[in-house]
Design a binder for this molecule. Structure first.
Ligand code: M6R
Length: 602
């Protein structure tokens, strides 16, 4: 995923573009670039590999100009080079364009353009867009763009300018986020609210296939659309004194759970209020199957959701990886609801199934963090996790928000079915306690840091868990590999003896998530199998379990809660463990190599 910003107004564009790109850098950070029309209406272009946040030469750049576009790149087509950085331009350097997404048919388009004499300067798919606009330009940038979009296959968020119309920015999108920011005497366009929030909180979300035209006096979109107000502040997207966004976001775990449940629990009735589902309440009453679709960390939250929904709502449930779901031929009937889970609400593989299912009249629900995201808009109904902006590439706090939301969904659907009042009350009252319990774990972060430092020199890790904590083992391993680049695998503890045990020796530590729950005794069998083979073991155990110290090498304690809610606690030490190991290894924790925050391409 990459980041786009465009500015048109009365202020100097360059500093606005640079600070917007810096705020968006978590979306792509292998190169950056911008184009500003100077006071003589000439383009000033600067494109560079590397991270814009680390670029020192920018402070020496000056250009007087009030219209410009910028881009921070996570490369898909074409290597990381200065030439492949955006903006791209046409043969005559009249048209300047930034693009997020992928143009799938770019090779055939490029061949045709070359045969017509166009000269390319990069290896990117994006550059074909500039030459196509050049071919079709007849005095109106938006008309040329509208024409070429018909010939393009793929996904895009685009912003472009032309030297021939220097007081205009045109933008469009298809399956890639794009918003318009409306400020005092200024208009902005961006792929991410964080890029423009210091200028305006009033935004309009572009829909697929829409083309927006920004001019000094006005803006124009085909459809009349409501303006929405971004409900978080620029400070929410700052580090607030923490060294890294990831640490700040882990520390925000308790308030993230609190925000997810605030105003939604009805303790006396043992149920929850989920306003976003009101419109589909009756349809939900009739469903007998749920398919959860998500990727990465959101996929692990979905696996926990499956266990909760089956055990407490009594509904047959499956958790599917988005990239698999989209290409197999799932059998889904009208008694099924599909629940899409995504922090960004823009993950291409997760989104892929929504349209298809809606065509078949299958009920689609979204659990999303980003208000107005594609997922939020395209599903029939949904629940926001309300976790606030998550900037670090590794998803941490939103994972907690997703689990809390899935727990509420289980109560909501369970109470529509056979869940007793007593059980409903028990879950709801315990859910209200979880933020406080999570705080207690964070108070021990120095102990977790010391343990991480002890384990930092191992090269391979094995994470195990059972039942509700099996997905937590997967999440612990993902987080460690993602930010420390160490090899880590996660799995069900019961699978150890079916193969993975062969790996275990004194150099291969196991992180065992074994709270005192219904599968504790079985977990300990797995831990003992590891210990017998001299494997070091770090256990995540429930406070009061002193005996475990006799079996394992290190223990991190978490407070006791209901088994189904334990994942919100057991994952916190694993997030901190991954963070501190990555810090000890001097990794770029917030922006791990090769990754981007939202994967809006296939
Ligand atoms: O925005 P989404 O929740 O849809 O993102 C899904 C995954 O790309 C994401 O969770 C990814 O696995 C994270 N890097 C994990 O930390």
């Amino acid at each position: 995923m990459c980041g786009i910003i465009g500015y048109l107004g009365k202020k100097q564009a360059l500093p606005i573009l640079i600070s917007g790109l810096r705020r968006m850098e978590y979306r792509g950070y292998d190169s950056y670039g911008f184009c500003v029309f100077n006071k003589d209406k000439e383009p000033f272009i600067h494109k560079k590999i590397g991270k814009i946040s680390r670029s020192e030469e920018l402070s020496n750049l000056t250009v007087e100009g009030t219209t410009g576009i910028g881009h921070t790149r996570w490369s898909t087509t074409g290597a990381v080079t200065n030439e492949n950085a955006h903006p791209h331009f046409d043969c005559d350097k009249n048209i300047f364009l930034v693009h997020n997404g992928i143009i799938e048919n770019y090779k055939e388009l490029k061949e045709k353009l070359i045969s017509k004499g166009h000269k390319f300067t990069s290896e990117t798919d994006t550059e074909v867009l500039c030459h196509l606009v050049e071919e079709n330009y007849n005095g109106s940038l938006e008309e040329a763009l509208r024409k070429i979009l018909k010939d393009i296959r793929g996904t895009y968020g685009i912003a472009l300018m032309s030297k021939k119309e220097p007081q205009k920015i045109v933008a469009a999108r298809l399956s890639s986020p794009m918003i318009l920011g409306v400020g005092q005497n200024e208009l902005l366009v961006a792929s991410d609210p964080s890029a423009i929030i210091t200028h305006t909180r009033q935004v309009i979300t572009l829909d697929d296939n829409e083309v927006a035209v920004l001019k000094p006096e006005d803006f124009f979109i085909l459809k009349e659309k409501p303006m929405v107000s971004i409900d978080w502040t620029p400070e929410d997207a700052q580090k607030k004194g923490y060294e890294h966004f990831m640490l700040k976001e882990i520390m925000e775990g308790p308030e993230t759970i609190e925000n997810a449940i605030r105003g939604r629990l009805i303790p006396d009735e043992g149920t929850v209020r989920l306003g976003g589902l009101d419109s589909v309440r009756n349809r939900l009453n009739k469903i007998n199957r749920i398919v959860l679709v998500a990727c990465g960390t959101a996929g692990y939250a979905s696996k926990i959701g499956k266990y909760m929904l089956e055990e407490y709502a009594g509904i047959l449930s499956e958790a599917e990886i988005g990239s698999e779901f989209r290409y197999r031929k799932p059998i889904i009937d009208k008694n099924t609801a599909a629940v899409f889970v995504s922090q960004s609400g823009e993950t291409a593989d997760t989104l892929a199934g929504i349209g298809e299912l809606k065509k078949k009249d299958i009920l689609t629900l979204g659990i999303t963090n980003v208000v107005g995201s594609t997922q939020a808009r395209e599903t029939d109904a949904g629940i926001y996790t309300r976790s606030g902006p998550e900037i670090a590439v590794a998803s941490t706090k939103v994972f907690l928000g997703q689990i809390a939301t899935l727990a509420m969904l289980s109560v909501y659907l369970g109470r529509q079915r056979n869940m007793s009042l007593v059980m409903g009350k028990r879950i709801v009252s315990e859910l209200a306690r979880v933020p406080e319990l999570a705080k207690q774990i964070l108070e021990n972060k120095e102990q977790i840091k010391a343990i991480a430092e002890k384990y930092k020199d191992f090269k391979n890790f094995w994470f195990i868990g059972r039942k509700y904590n099996f997905p937590i083992a997967l999440e612990g391993a993902l987080k460690l590999k993602e930010i420390s680049y160490l090899h880590a695998e996660g799995g069900a503890s019961g699978e150890l003896k079916h193969g993975p045990l062969a790996l275990v020796d004194e150099n291969f530590p196991t992180i065992a998530v074994c709270p005192s729950d219904s599968v504790y005794d079985k977990m300990i069998l797995g831990v003992e199998e590891v210990k017998v083979r001299k494997g070091p073991v770090l256990a995540i155990a429930t406070e009061g379990n002193e005996r475990i110290k006799e079996i394992v090498d290190d223990v991190i304690y978490i407070p006791k809660t209901l088994e189904m809610l334990t994942p919100m606690l057991s994952v916190i030490p694993l997030h901190l463990f991954a963070y501190y190991i990555a810090i000890a290894l001097d990794r770029d924790v917030d922006k791990p190599r090769n990754l981007a925050k939202s994967v809006t391409v296939e």
